[in-house]
Design a protein around this ligand. Structure first.
Ligand SMILES: Cc1cc2nc3c(=O)[nH]c(=O)nc-3n(C[C@H](O)[C@H](O)[C@H](O)COP(=O)(O)O)c2cc1C
Length: 191
């Protein structure tokens, strides 16, 4: 049976991003339930409404990758107690032009990590507010992850058992939500 496809967006363009490592570990952890595609945002230009009539190939690709997905997993750090600029930039391109909102009706799961005690909670909360406004259907609960050196081990797995179980439960719930709201790719194209 075809698995639902997740568009996975990391809210950091940093080469050694701990959030990208977490995203890759989540892709691995959920591999029995989801296919996944890491969607790049580092090549998107800075949003400018003047350019909405002439979208670059990168913006078109980004919007298509989100549109094709059955669900969106966002793994984001926190910058200055809010959404990193690169993440917000991707959100804005996804939302525009008017009438071409890529987020509306998409099931979404937001998580993220930071070394701080509250594990990117404020960024996640701000992003939840934005994405809800854009019509995304978000998984409930709070998946704040405090970064520790063993969060992702050398094999790319979540190193700590209780964190792994905590995140596995979210992935299971997200698979249920996506399953309820989406028609997997193969069934959709056969319809
Ligand atoms: C501009 C900037 C602002 C930051 N603000 C916060 C913050 O508000 N809260 C927090 O927990 N960490 C903050 N950090 C630290 C990040 O959590 C840390 O750099 C983390 O590695 C970022 O995730 P990444 O590795 O995926 O890019 C900030 C880092 C930068 C560069």
């Amino acid at each position: 049976m075809t698995k639902p496809l997740l568009a996975v967006i990391v809210g950091s363009n940093r080469r050694e991003s701990i959030n990208r490592k977490l995203a890759q570990a989540l892709i691995k952890l959920g591999a029995d339930k989801f296919d996944a595609k890491l969607v790049r945002i580092d090549d998107l230009p800075m949003y400018n409404q003047d350019n909405e009539g002439n979208l670059t190939a990168e913006i078109v690709r980004f919007k298509e990758e989100v549109a094709r997905a059955d669900g969106v997993l966002i793994v984001t750090p926190e910058h200055d107690r809010s959404i990193p600029a690169v993440m917000k930039n991707a959100v804005d391109w996804g939302a525009r032009p008017w009438g071409k909102n890529s987020w509306a009706g998409k099931p979404g799961f937001i998580t993220g990590t930071s070394p701080g005690a509250i594990g990117s909670a404020l960024a996640q909360q701000h992003l939840r507010s934005v994405m809800t406004g854009l019509g995304m259907i978000l998984l409930g609960g709070e998946a704040y992850v405090t970064f520790k050196p063993n969060l992702v081990d050398d094999q790319g797995n979540i190193g700590d058992e209780s964190t792994r179980k905590f995140l596995q439960a979210f992935l299971d719930q997200f698979a249920f939500l996506v399953g309820r709201l989406s028609q997997p790719q193969a069934e959709r194209s056969a319809a």
